[in-house]
Design a protein around this ligand. Structure first.
Ligand code: BGC
Length: 434
C-alpha cells in the first residue's frame, strides 16, 4: 500500500480543507461551455455535467460531510451560467441559494473560499469570444462585482480564476477543451486578458469589501504549478525544453497575474506593475519529465489512475519556491489524486493509495520552510472530471452517480483524524495500517 512505514509528524497549524468546483459537482440544467462539450460527444465515458453527483439536491448533506470531517475550510465555486443565464440578467433566487449555502457552511464552522471562474463560461459569453476578446473582460468583472456585492458581507476569501494556464492551453493551444482552438497567438491573448481580469478583479474585491465595511479580505488565484525536470539530464534539448515549458507555462504567467508584469512570450509591459495577491494559491498534482519540448512522465514511477506521476516532494519544492518569490501565506488550493478504488460488498472503500498520498504530501508540507497556512484537498466528492467525465475519482467521499449516495472513503476517515490531531499520530498509523 505504502512504499515505506509512516512515522508521526505535526502539521504545525496548517489549516485543513477540501475543494470542489460548481460545474463538477452541482448537476442540473445549465448552459455553459462544457454542456456544449458534453453534447458534442467529447467526454470519454459520455457522461454529462447535468448529473455530476447532483450536489444541488444535497447541499446540506454535503455541508454535514465537511463538518463531520472536522474541516475548517472549503473552496467552492459559483456557476456563472446559472447566476447570469442571459447577459446582464441575474437570477436572484440562485444567488439567494448560494447565500444560504454559505451561511450553512459558516454555521458549521467551515470558512468558504469562493472561486469566481473555474474553466466554464455561460454559452452567451463563449459565443462572444470569452476571454479571447479584451472587450469581454468587463463583462466578467460585472458578474464578479455583483457576486462580491451580494455575498461579500459573509465571505472574505476569494479565488478569482482557477488555473488560467490550464484553461488557456487546453482550450486554445491543444484544442482539447472548449472552444477547441489550436493557436499559440490566441493562447497568449487569452492569458493576457485573464491576467487583466484577475488584476481588475483583485482591486474590485478589495474596493467593494471596503464599501461593505469589511477589512479582512483575502484574494488570489489558483495557479496550476508543476515541477519540470529533463527526462534525460544529459540531453541539452531536454534541458532547454524544461526552461522553455517552465517559462511559458508557469513563470511568466505567474508574474503577469501576481505582479502585473508582462514578459515574453506574453508581452512586454510594466504599466500595471503592482501586487495583486494576498495569498499564494497553488494547485499541485504532478511533475513533468520533459523530452525535447514535450511534456511527459517517468514511466517507472508511481502514477495515479490517469498516469500522472505521484511526486510528493514537488509540493514542498513549489511551496518554498513560490514563497521565496512572492512572500505571502501559501494556500494549497488543490492537491489530490485519481484513485478508482471502488466500494466493497460491505460498503467499505479502502483507498489505500489516496491514504498514502495524503500522508506523503502533508508530510512534505509540514517540513516546508514556507509559511503554509492552508491545504485544500481535491476533492471533497467524486465529481465530473472534465474530459474523463465520471470515470476518474478524486473524492474523499465516494459518489454513486446513479443513486447520488455519498460514502466516505477510508481516506476521509484518515483526513478527519489529521484535522483532529493536527498531524499524523502513532495511533493513526496503527488504525489505518500506514
Ligand atoms: C482542476 C480541477 C480538476 C483537477 C484534477 C485541476 O486542474 O482545477 O478542476 O478536477 O485538476 O484534474
Amino acid at each position: 500500500m505504502n512504499d515505506f512505514q509512516q512515522t508521526p509528524f505535526s502539521l504545525h497549524g496548517i489549516g485543513l480543507g477540501a475543494a470542489t468546483s460548481a460545474t463538477q459537482i452541482e448537476g442540473g440544467e445549465a448552459t455553459h461551455s462544457w454542456t456544449d462539450w458534453c453534447e458534442g460527444g467529447y467526454i470519454h465515458d459520455r457522461s454529462h455535467t447535468r448529473r455530476a453527483g447532483r450536489h444541488l439536491l444535497h447541499v446540506n448533506e454535503d455541508a454535514d460531510l465537511l463538518q463531520n470531517l472536522g474541516l475548517s475550510f472549503y473552496r467552492m465555486g459559483l456557476e456563472w451560467s446559472r447566476i447570469e443565464p442571459e447577459e446582464g440578467h441575474f437570477d436572484e433566487e440562485i444567488i439567494a441559494a448560494y447565500r444560504a449555502e454559505i451561511e450553512e457552511l459558516t454555521s458549521r464552522g467551515v470558512r468558504p473560499l469562493i472561486t469566481l471562474h473555474h474553466f466554464t463560461n455561460p454559452c452567451w459569453f463563449e459565443k462572444k469570444g470569452a476571454f479571447l476578446q479584451k472587450e469581454n473582460v468587463p463583462v466578467f468583472l460585472r458578474f464578479c462585482e455583483r457576486m462580491v456585492h451580494d455575498l461579500g458581507d459573509i465571505v472574505s476569501d476569494f479565488c478569482t480564476i482557477n488555473e488560467p494556464n490550464v484553461y488557456a492551453t487546453n482550450g486554445y493551444f491543444f484544442g482539447s477543451w472548449p472552444p477547441g482552438q489550436k493557436s499559440i497567438r490566441n493562447t497568449m491573448r487569452v492569458l493576457r486578458n485573464l491576467a487583466d481580469a484577475h488584476r481588475e478583479c483583485y482591486l474590485m474585491i478589495h474596493r467593494v469589501r471596503k464599501e461593505l465595511g469589511k477589512e479582512d479580505t483575502m484574494v488570489g488565484f489558483a495557479n496550476h504549478l508543476r515541477v519540470f525536470v529533463p527526462k534525460n539530464k544529459k540531453n541539452p534539448l531536454d534541458r532547454m525544453g524544461v526552461w522553455a515549458l517552465e517559462n511559458a507555462f508557469q513563470t511568466v504567467q505567474t508574474d503577469a497575474f501576481m505582479r502585473g508584469i508582462l514578459r515574453f512570450p506574453l508581452g512586454f509591459s510594466h504599466r500595471h506593475a503592482g501586487k495583486y495577491y494576498d495569498y499564494i494559491g497553488i494547485n499541485y498534482y504532478t511533475r513533468s519529465a520533459v523530452s525535447r519540448f514535450a511534456d511527459g512522465f517517468f514511466s517507472d514511477k508511481e502514477q495515479n489512475d490517469l498516469g500522472w506521476e505521484i511526486y510528493p516532494e514537488g509540493l514542498r519544492f513549489l511551496a518554498e519556491e513560490q514563497y521565496r518569490r512572492y512572500q505571502a501565506p501559501v494556500w494549497i488550493t488543490e492537491n489530490g489524486m485519481a484513485d478508482n478504488t471502488s466500494v466493497t460488498e460491505e460498503g467499505i472503500i479502502e483507498d489505500n493509495r489516496r491514504c498514502a498520498f495524503l500522508c506523503n504530501h502533508l508530510r512534505e508540507l509540514s517540513l516546508s520552510k514556507a509559511d503554509v497556512a492552508r491545504y485544500y484537498h481535491w476533492s471533497l466528492l467524486d465529481n465530473f472530471e472534465w474530459l474523463e467525465g465520471e470515470s476518474a475519482r478524486f473524492g474523499l467521499v465516494h459518489i454513486d452517480f446513479e443513486t447520488d449516495k455519498r460514502t466516505p472513503k477510508k481516506s476521509a476517515d484518515l483526513y478527519r483524524d489529521f484535522a483532529k490531531h493536527g498531524g499524523l499520530t502513532e495511533e493513526m498509523i496503527q488504525t489505518y495500517h500506514l
